[in-house]
Design a protein around this ligand. Structure first.
Ligand code: NAD
Length: 413
């Protein structure tokens, strides 16, 4: 079962059973609250009109407005967006920030599109979903294939359509127009705080611990930089073009330079080139999947030689792989906890936009660290108390919080 929506629903069903969730809450929370599919016509540079398919899904708004990224990818599809929106609900709940879960996407080959085509597609998509987004309704953010420039276009289009200056409609904006200090590196930093908390809890030194990372984009790159600075040795890294391995360590700043110049990690000089799938077979202390979902599955779960997997990506481990890893005593720190740094600083950005008062990077980092550590401790203690995996513990906490909010609000009918 590699379909992310089936995985997300299965995880929910198992959690609902474990916490004895009432039947009506199970039926309500296993489906999204709102789904829209939109046609996005775009005039391409050659004069032809192309029609893209776009999505926005709000899984739950019980604890606050929906929150979640927008993904541009050739394989983006409704099931993926639904799964990601459900995971956003649990993520916001497990780190206890006042948001529900949402997600969006456009099925497009964004890499082959010009700047102008991307801008026109983004603005038209924003127009199509303008009725259901807003600072108190649903707040998009960047995800795979989207960045701060795209958030700036969304903010501008939404502000133009509504006739008001509304920076709080999206997060992950450039600093100059209401972005937050620390947002860019927040997901990687959250992954880093999580790994530190894990080894602290295990009373293990981090010096020289080996790390392998799949994906060298926003999440993977900043996690790598921070971990290297603290004494971890990053021995393997991959991106969509291939993978590299050096047991003595890859110099992250040098790799960033190479990737900026050639767009590929495989052009890094001081490492052996290995296959993209080979990245999962390296013997390491920590493996960080930081690319796409379902990459650790029945095909490779028994070839993994990591002690801990820290999920920077959303849904990188399938349900079947999860149980194989459990049997093999490989700890998995789940996505909804490990990669929550991004949404936490998005929350800070939204707060700052609503207040019109901006924080320093130190203030952002201190608050991020506080929330990440608090959530990690709650999850690990629940896991130990209930004798369940970290994923199950995180889901139990999250589903319980969302269910309680739903019950307290009651049904308006
Ligand atoms: P990104 O587009 O910046 O980077 C993705 C990276 O993955 C790129 O380096 C790309 O080359 C690589 N990649 C793609 N296909 C690959 C493959 N088959 N093998 C190896 N590498 C491959 O995206 P990102 O923002 O870093 O997001 C990565 C993951 O983290 C996604 O699952 C996303 O949902 C999740 N995430 C991101 C954030 C955030 O704030 N950026 C927050 C939470 C979760």
């Amino acid at each position: 079962m590699d379909n992310p929506w089936q995985i997300a629903q299965k995880q929910f069903d198992v959690t609902a059973e474990m916490i004895g969730l009432e039947d009506w809450l199970r039926r309500l929370l296993r489906e999204p609250k709102k789904v829209i599919v939109v046609s996005v016509p775009v005039r391409m540079d050659n004069g032809n009109v192309k029609v893209f398919e776009g999505y926005r899904v709000q899984h739950s708004t019980a604890r606050g407005p929906a929150k979640g990224g927008i993904r541009y990818h050739p394989d983006a599809n409704l099931d993926e967006v639904k799964a990601l929106s459900m995971w956003m609900t649990w993520k916001c709940a497990v780190v206890d920030i006042p948001f529900g879960g949402g997600k969006g996407g456009i099925r497009c080959d964004f890499k082959s599109m010009s700047h102008g085509e991307l801008e026109r597609m983004t603005r038209r998509y924003t127009l199509e979903i303008a009725g259901i987004i807003g600072p108190t309704k649903d707040i998009p953010a960047p995800d795979v294939g989207t960045d701060s420039q795209i958030m700036a276009w969304i903010m501008d289009t939404y502000s133009a359509v509504t006739g008001n200056y509304i920076p709080a409609v999206v997060t992950g904006k450039p600093l100059q127009i209401g972005g937050s200090e620390g947002r860019k590196e927040a997901t990687g930093k959250g992954v880093y705080f999580t790994i530190l908390s894990y080894f602290k809890h295990k009373k293990q030194s981090i010096k020289g611990k080996k790390v392998v990372i799949q994906g060298f984009g926003n999440a993977g790159k900043y996690a790598a930089l921070l971990l290297e600075k603290d004494g971890f040795t990053i021995i393997g890294i991959s991106d969509s073009t291939g993978a590299i391995y050096n047991p003595k360590g890859i110099k992250i700043n040098k790799l960033i330079e190479t990737k900026e110049r050639t767009k590929s990690v495989v052009d890094y000089k001081d490492a052996e080139k290995i296959s993209g799938s080979g990245i999962f077979e390296i013997e390491t202390d920590v493996l960080i999947p930081a690319a796409l979902e379902s990459v650790i599955n029945v095909e490779n779960a028994d070839k993994i030689h990591a002690k801990v997997i820290c999920e920077a990506a959303n849904g990188p481990v399938t349900t079947e792989a999860d149980s194989i890893l459990k049997d093999r005593k490989i700890t998995v720190i789940p996505d909804i906890l490990a990669n929550a740094g991004g949404v936490i600083v998005s929350y800070f950005e939204w707060v700052q936009n609503l207040q019109g008062y901006y924080w320093t990077k130190e203030e952002v980092d201190t608050r991020l660290k506080f929330l990440m550590e608090k959530a990690f401790n709650k999850v690990i203690h629940t896991a130990e108390e209930r004798n369940v995996s970290l994923r199950t513990a995180a889901l139990m906490i999250a589903v319980d919080r969302v269910a309680l909010a739903t019950k307290l609000r009651g049904i308006y009918s």
